[in-house]
Design a protein around this ligand. Structure first.
Ligand SMILES: Cc1cc2nc3c(=O)[nH]c(=O)nc-3n(C[C@H](O)[C@H](O)[C@H](O)COP(=O)(O)O)c2cc1C
Length: 161
């Protein structure tokens, strides 16, 4: 076993061995109402009763301050055809919502069209954890659509099969 502080790239590659889906996490800037969002694969379901989920957000993200202040956010689970959208929302400073079709959820967080599932959440808890915050949401509404999932594995987007 290697100690984790000797080779950060190897640690990142080892963590990337865990295959995940891909989400876009969205909210509205509390001051301006501007929609903001970022691509995330740290999404995890936490509890069914009450319905809780979490995502981890880097302190270095441009949207970090907005997620510190907001009282609501949404998690949009991407379909295989949405790889371009995933890359767009992983690009700092990009016009993310210009080419993206969305509508506001019950508390205003953007719900993106064409996703496999969407979870509209009230902010439940924020926990500082190293260079990320764990953002936990209580699901206040959700939707589910059939389709193939977009996957992320070994540092690359993948499809099933
Ligand atoms: C597949 C994939 C998964 C990602 N997962 C996360 C994540 O879970 N948490 C995070 O903070 N950044 C994650 N990122 C990086 C952010 O999407 C990226 O830093 C983005 O620029 C943040 O947006 P912002 O700086 O405009 O807020 C991921 C990127 C990719 C491509």
């Amino acid at each position: 076993m290697k100690p984790p502080d000797t080779d950060k790239i190897a640690l990142r590659q080892a963590l990337g061995a865990f295959a995940t889906g891909v989400t876009i996490v969205t909210t509205r800037a509390p001051a301006s109402g501007e929609p903001v969002g970022f691509t995330a694969n740290s999404f995890t379901s936490v509890s069914l009763e009450p319905p809780l989920l979490l995502v981890c957000l880097a302190h270095t993200a441009a949207s970090y301050r907005m997620f510190c202040e907001t009282e609501s956010f949404a998690v949009n689970v991407l379909a295989a055809e949405q790889q371009e959208t995933a890359m767009l929302f992983a690009t700092r400073g990009a016009d993310k919502f210009g080419p993206t079709r969305w509508h506001p959820g019950a508390m205003g967080a953007p719900l993106i069209e064409g996703c496999l599932a969407r979870f509209d959440c009230a902010m439940h808890q924020r926990v500082a954890a190293g260079d990320h915050d764990i953002i936990m949401g209580r699901v206040i509404g959700f939707s589910r659509h059939e389709g193939e999932a977009l996957l992320y594995h070994g540092g690359a987007f993948q499809r099933l099969g």
